[in-house]
Ligand binder design. Structure first.
Ligand SMILES: C[S@@+](CC[C@H](N)C(=O)[O-])C[C@H]1O[C@@H](n2cnc3c(N)ncnc32)[C@H](O)[C@@H]1O
Length: 208
């Protein structure tokens, strides 16, 4: 993430948007987590999203990772008061075994606040999010499409991978390819952003 995006992401307007618009939309689609839930935030940045996951979604514990060690340091400062309810690590969302030793089905919820479009192999990040979700677990996502990334302002100001970016439909199709079911509808904003929640189905009764 370049300086311009780091400043924008951590600015008060972005935080208001996240807290007052994105969180209510995601709560409407996916609801709060059950008591005792264990969550993961991929690409946690400075930790504001993880704080919202604890406070507003009701996670008991959260593991959060970021590729940028400077972000992990900032998140550590922000989240210190939560003690051992928070576990922060430096690592990639494309390999959660290496970063967190995360087995299949380890989390009740995975949160993606605008990170997967940053990852060259974005499909690997989707595959990992789906793998580590427990049956019945939920994937809460807020993403940026190729349409937005191709806008002249985005290209001039920010630094994103340019090859193989996704449309909203391609992103949703990739979730379905990994067995995740979209809950209710998906909010799409001008073809540029999408917000929604997908669930990993519980095994059929006879298969349990
Ligand atoms: C646009 S910022 C969003 C940060 C945070 N989720 C928020 O909403 O404030 C994208 C973040 O993803 C991180 N990131 C990029 N590639 C990553 C990867 N492969 N694994 C984990 N984090 C990654 C960046 O370091 C950056 O902190």
């Amino acid at each position: 993430m370049n300086r311009a995006e780091t400043a924008l992401i951590n600015s008060p307007p972005r935080r208001w948007l996240q807290r007052l618009y994105e969180v209510p939309v995601l709560l409407r689609f996916g609801g709060r987590l059950l008591p005792g839930s264990r969550a993961l935030e991929i690409g946690c940045g400075s930790g504001y999203g993880s704080q919202l996951v604890l406070q507003r979604f009701g996670a008991e514990r959260i593991d959060a990772l970021d590729l940028d060690p400077a972000m992990i340091r900032r998140a550590r400062g922000r989240l210190a008061s939560y003690g051992d309810r928070v576990h922060l690590v430096h690592g990639s969302a494309t390999d959660l075994r290496a970063a967190l030793n995360a087995d299949d089905g380890s989390y009740d919820a995975v949160f993606d606040f605008g990170i997967i479009h940053h990852i060259p192999d974005w499909r690997a990040a989707v595959a990992e999010a789906a793998r580590v979700l427990a049956p019945g677990g939920r994937f809460y996502f807020e993403e940026v499409t190729a349409h937005a990334l191709n806008r002249p302002t985005y290209r001039r100001l920010f630094d994103h991978p340019t090859d193989d970016r996704f449309t909203a439909d391609q992103f949703l199709q990739e979730l379905r390819r990994h067995g995740l079911l979209i809950l209710g509808s998906v909010t799409r904003i001008q073809g540029d952003y999408l917000l929604g929640v997908a669930a990993k189905p519980l095994p059929a009764a006879g298969a349990r």
